[in-house]
Structure formats: structure tokens, C-alpha cells
Write a protein that binds this ligand. Structure first.
Ligand code: DX5
Ligand code: ZN
Length: 220
């Protein structure tokens, strides 16, 4: 089921020395979710933050914390992110031996499970769990860094997932993550995405620009 377009700023592009203020600023500026990129230097070639930072950010916003786990093996850390206050917890099929078990664990902890596909990961890798998740996150860059260019071949994948989600007849967010700008956002939306993750495009220009940046991504 297609839902209104929502914007999930990735705090990867925020000022890490002022993360709480940055989260409050994008919340005020109209963010629908707050996207938190967790990287381990193993599954992806970068290291960011862990559950302690998610816990520290939790009091700064009532918006859902959309926590994107790029760590492997992932299962042992899921409870800590749930306890820290994550609302949506997204995992990659490559990040654990049993994708379905990871999703079951997130659900058992009372959180919304998501599943993410890298640019090289086919739709079939998540086909068996589509009925179990609340979000499908299509990576339109290879995971690890902000500020990369949108990989246009992922638009077809978004379209294929849109059709599968519509056939399910239940609400599943179809999110796109990486290289989202006011130019690429309409293409992702047209292909079927209804959540746009944006780091660089949200945080550029500093706090006075955030509300305008988010409005532009939503379509003006
Ligand atoms: C990349 C992350 C993205 C990233 C997007 O691994 O998953 O969320 O922060 O950054 P931009 O919007 O700058 O491409
Ligand atoms: Zn992300």
C-alpha cells in the first residue's frame, strides 16, 4: 500500500559534536523519521555509532528512530538497539546467517523490522520475508559513506518492490537510501519509494536551511 512521501534525514551528515541539537533541528524542520546509520568497520568500510548514542538521542525527539544496521553478525546487537529506543530496526540479508530469525527477534522485541538491499543484492534475497517486515530499504549507493552518487539502476528494483508490496495489501514502507537530492528524489518517488533517506541533502547549509531542504526533497 502506497503511503505519503516521508523524509528520514540521515544523521551521518550531521555535526557529530552536536548530535542532540541536530536531531532537534531536523525534527522541527519537518523530518518524519530520524535515520541512524550504524556501521562496524567489518560489514562496511566505516565505523559510526552504537546503542549508547541511540539511547542518548532518544530524549531529543518523539519521531521514530529509523535505525539502519550495517553490522555483521547482527543478531547479538539487536536487543541493545531495541532497548536504546529504536523504533524501526533494519538489517541486511548478508549480515546474519538467518534473516528470518533476525526479523522475528526484532518483532519479538516490539519493534518494526526492516530489510535492506545493497545495489548488488537482488529482490529475490528478501522475497521470503516481505510479509514479515514493516520497511524495505533500497540502497541506491553502496553502504558505508554519505555523499555518494545515486545509482540509477536501483530504480527498477524500487519498481519491482513497489509491485510486490502493493500485492501484499498491507503497509510496508519502501525506503530509498543514498544519493537522494532534489533531482533524484522525484525519480525515486515515481519508481515507487515512499520514504526518502537523505543525509547530505538535508544537512547542507546548516540549521537555517534544513526546513527548505526537507521541503525540496518532498517535492516543493
Ligand atoms: C550509507 C547510509 C546512508 C547515507 C546517505 O551507507 O546508509 O544513510 O548516510 O547519505 P547521502 O544522503 O549523503 O547519500
Ligand atoms: Zn542508511
Amino acid at each position: 500500500m502506497r503511503q505519503p512521501v516521508r523524509i528520514s534525514p540521515s544523521i551521518l551528515s550531521a555535526d557529530f559534536a552536536r548530535l542532540g541539537e541536530e536531531v532537534r533541528a531536523v525534527d522541527r524542520a519537518g523530518a518524519d523519521y530520524i535515520h541512524v546509520d550504524v556501521m562496524d568497520g567489518h560489514y562496511v568500510p566505516n565505523i559510526t555509532i552504537g546503542p549508547m548514542v541511540v539511547k542518548a538521542l532518544r530524549p531529543h525527539t518523539k519521531k521514530p528512530l529509523d535505525v539502519h544496521l550495517m553490522i555483521a553478525p547482527v543478531d547479538a546487537y539487536i536487543p541493545a538497539f531495541a532497548e536504546a529506543g529504536a523504533d524501526i530496526i533494519t538489517v541486511h540479508p548478508e549480515s546474519g546467517p538467518h534473516l528470518h530469525r533476525s526479523i522475528q527477534l526484532i518483532r519479538q522485541l516490539g519493534k518494526k523490522p526492516g530489510v535492506s538491499l545493497n545495489p548488488g543484492t537482488p529482490v529475490e534475497a528478501v522475497a521470503e520475508v516481505l510479509g514479515e517486515v514493516d520497511m524495505v530499504l533500497v540502497m541506491s549507493v553502496n553502504p558505508g559513506f554519505g555523499g555518494q552518487s545515486f545509482i540509477a539502476s536501483q530504480l527498477d528494483k524500487i519498481g519491482a518492490l513497489r509491485r510486490r508490496i502493493d500485492a501484499l495489501g498491507r503497509k510496508v514502507d519502501l525506503s530509498v537510501d543514498g544519493g537522494i537530492t532534489p533531482e533524484t528524489a522525484p525519480r525515486a518517488i515515481e519508481a515507487g519509494a515512499d520514504v526518502l533517506v537523505a543525509g547530505t541533502a538535508t544537512f547542507k547549509g546548516g540549521e537555517p536551511a534544513y526546513a527548505g531542504n526537507i521541503r525540496l526533497l518532498r517535492g516543493g
